[in-house]
Ligand binder design. Structure first.
Ligand code: FAD
Length: 429
C-alpha cells in the first residue's frame, strides 16, 4: 500500500469513527466553511474533545482563506488551496468532520435538526451559524452578466484571474478595500485599470482622508485612474466587453468589469428559522442567537460592541468571534471582547486599522513619520479608541494594546515620533 493510500484510509477511518461517535456525546453542527465556522468547529472540539463536531459547507472543497483571493491568487503567486483555514491537514486533522456540497436549506428548531438540499438531516445539541456575507449585486451589472466579475469565492478568483490574462482594460466599480486590492493586482499583471467610485473619495467607509490620499497616490503612481463622485448613466454590452457612460460624461470601454460594492449579511437561513435578524443575525456577547441552542459568528452577525450593535466584515473578527462561539457551543460561557482590526495589501502598502469604528473620536492625532507611512490615532476621553497606519505594523500592534487596556494617553507624546509608543504601555489605566 502506498503512503498516499495509507493516509487516505487512515483519514477515512478517522471520519468513520467520528461519524459513528458515541450517541451520548454532544453533537455540535457548524454551518459555513469560512474562518468563523472553521475556528468555531476547531475550538468546540478543543473545548469538548468528546463532542462530535461537524462542519456543513456548500462548497465542494476544503475551507480556504479569502484574503489571498484578491491579492496573491490574482497575481499568480498562490492558489486558493495553498492557504487552508485549518492548516495543511485540513479540518479532519483536528478530528472535525467536514461535509462538502452540504447546502443547508432549513433549520428545524423544535427537532434540533438541519436539513440540506440533498435531503440529509443533521441532529444537533448546539448549532453555530457562520454563513458569512453575500456580494451586493448592482442592478446594472447582474452577477451572471458576461464580462462582469464579482469576487467572493475561490471559483470567482479563478475566473477573474483567467479573464485578466487576456484583458486590456479592467473597469472596477467601487473604491473600497476589495476593489482597490483587485486594482493593485490587475496593475501588477499589467492590465490597464480604471476605478469608478460614487463617493467623493475612495475608502470613505474605511479610513481618514489622509490615509486614503496616500493609497490613492500609490495607485496613481502605478497607473490606475481613479474617478470619484461618479454615477453610472448607461451600460452597453458589446461583443468584446462592456461600454460604460457616466453622468459627468466619461465614456469607457472595458473588456472586463469588476464589482466591489460591499457585502450584505447572509441571513436567509436564520430568518427562515425565525431567529432575530436585523441587518445580520442578532447575537448577544456570548454569540447566542434568540434560540439558546443556536449560536452565530462572523460576517453574518450583528453583535454588541461598546457603542451598541454592529456588524463587521473582516477576517480577524470572524476568527475571534468564531472561537468564542465554538467554546460556548461546547459548554463554556465566555463573552466576546476582542478589539477588532483589519488589514489590506496593495502594492508594497500594508494597510491596517484597529479599534471600534464608531463613534467618531474627539481628536485625531497624526504621528510624524520616521520611516513607514502615515499613522493616525483616534482619541476619546483621554484614551485611544482606534488607530490606522500604512507599513506601521509594530506601532499598530502597540496601539492595539493601548486600546485594549484603555491606558490614558498624552496627545503631544503620541504626535512626537521621538517618544516611543511602547513606553506609553507602562502607564496604568
Ligand atoms: C476577496 C476577499 C478578500 C478579503 N481580504 C481581506 C483582508 O485582506 N483582510 C481582512 O481583514 N478581511 C478580508 N476579507 C474579509 C474576510 O475574508 C471575511 O470577513 C471573512 O471571510 C468572514 O468570515 P465568515 O466565516 O464570517 O464568512 P465567510 O468567509 O463568508 O464564510 C461563510 C461560509 O458559509 C458558507 N455558507 C453560506 N450559507 C450556507 C448554507 N446555507 N449552507 C452551507 N454553507 C453555507 C459559504 O459558502 C462560506 O463558505 C476579504 C474577503 C474577500 C471576499
Amino acid at each position: 500500500m502506498s503512503r498516499c493510500q495509507i493516509v487516505y484510509y487512515s483519514l477515512l477511518s478517522t471520519r468513520y469513527s467520528l461519524l459513528m461517535s458515541d450517541q451520548t456525546s454532544r453533537r455540535i453542527v457548524v454551518i459555513g466553511g469560512g474562518p468563523a465556522g472553521v475556528f468555531a468547529a476547531l475550538e468546540a472540539k478543543r473545548t469538548d474533545p468528546a463532542a462530535h463536531v461537524i462542519i456543513l459547507t456548500e462548497e465542494g472543497c476544503e475551507p480556504y482563506e479569502k484574503p489571498p483571493l484578491s491579492k496573491a491568487v490574482l497575481t499568480g503567486k498562490a492558489l486558493p488551496e495553498d492557504a487552508l483555514i485549518a492548516g495543511p491537514g485540513g479540518v479532519i486533522a483536528h478530528k472535525v468532520v467536514l461535509e462538502r456540497h452540504a447546502c443547508c436549506t432549513a433549520i428545524d428548531r423544535a427537532a434540533r435538526q438541519v436539513r440540506t438540499a440533498s435531503g440529509q438531516r443533521y441532529r444537533y445539541d448546539a448549532l453555530v451559524l457562520a454563513t458569512g456575507s453575500l456580494m451586493r449585486e448592482l442592478p446594472q451589472f447582474p452577477i451572471a452578466m458576461p464580462h462582469v466579475h464579482y469576487l467572493r469565492t475561490a471559483a470567482d478568483a479563478r475566473a477573474l484571474k483567467a479573464s485578466l490574462q487576456s484583458a486590456k482594460h479592467l473597469v472596477l466599480i467601487g473604491g473600497g478595500l476589495i476593489g482597490l486590492e483587485v486594482a493593485a493586482s490587475a496593475r501588477t499583471v499589467g492590465v490597464k485599470t480604471t476605478v469608478l467610485e460614487i463617493a467623493p473619495r475612495i475608502l470613505a467607509r474605511v479610513c481618514d482622508e489622509n490615509t486614503a490620499a496616500c493609497i490613492a497616490q500609490a495607485h496613481s503612481k502605478h497607473g490606475v485612474e481613479i474617478h470619484t463622485g461618479v454615477t453610472i448613466k448607461h451600460v452597453e454590452p458589446t461583443a468584446a466587453g462592456i461600454d460604460i457612460t457616466t453622468k459627468d460624461g466619461h465614456a469607457l470601454s472595458a473588456d472586463i468589469v469588476g464589482i466591489g460594492c460591499g457585502v450584505k449579511p447572509n441571513v436567509a437561513l436564520a430568518a427562515a428559522a425565525e431567529l432575530a435578524v436585523d441587518d445580520g443575525i442578532v447575537v448577544d456577547e456570548h454569540c447566542s442567537t434568540s434560540d439558546p441552542n443556536i449560536l452565530a459568528a462572523g460576517d453574518a452577525t450583528r453583535f454588541p460592541g461598546p457603542h451598541g450593535l454592529l456588524r463587521l466584515e473582516n477576517w480577524r473578527h470572524a476568527q475571534d468571534h468564531g472561537v468564542i462561539a465554538g467554546r460556548n457551543a461546547a459548554g463554556a460561557h465566555e463573552a466576546y471582547r476582542a478589539v477588532p482590526s483589519f488589514w489590506s495589501e496593495q502594492y508594497d502598502l500594508y494597510i491596517q486599522g484597529v479599534g471600534w469604528p464608531s463613534p467618531q473620536p474627539d481628536t485625531h492625532i497624526h504621528r510624524q513619520a520616521t520611516g513607514g507611512g502615515p499613522l493616525i490615532f483616534g482619541i476619546s476621553k483621554g484614551a485611544m479608541i482606534c488607530a490606522m497606519g500604512i507599513n506601521r505594523q509594530r506601532d499598530i500592534a502597540t496601539a492595539r494594546r493601548l486600546i485594549e487596556r484603555q491606558i490614558p494617553v498624552d496627545s503631544a507624546a503620541l504626535a512626537d515620533p521621538n517618544r516611543p509608543l511602547a513606553g506609553m504601555l507602562k502607564a496604568t489605566a
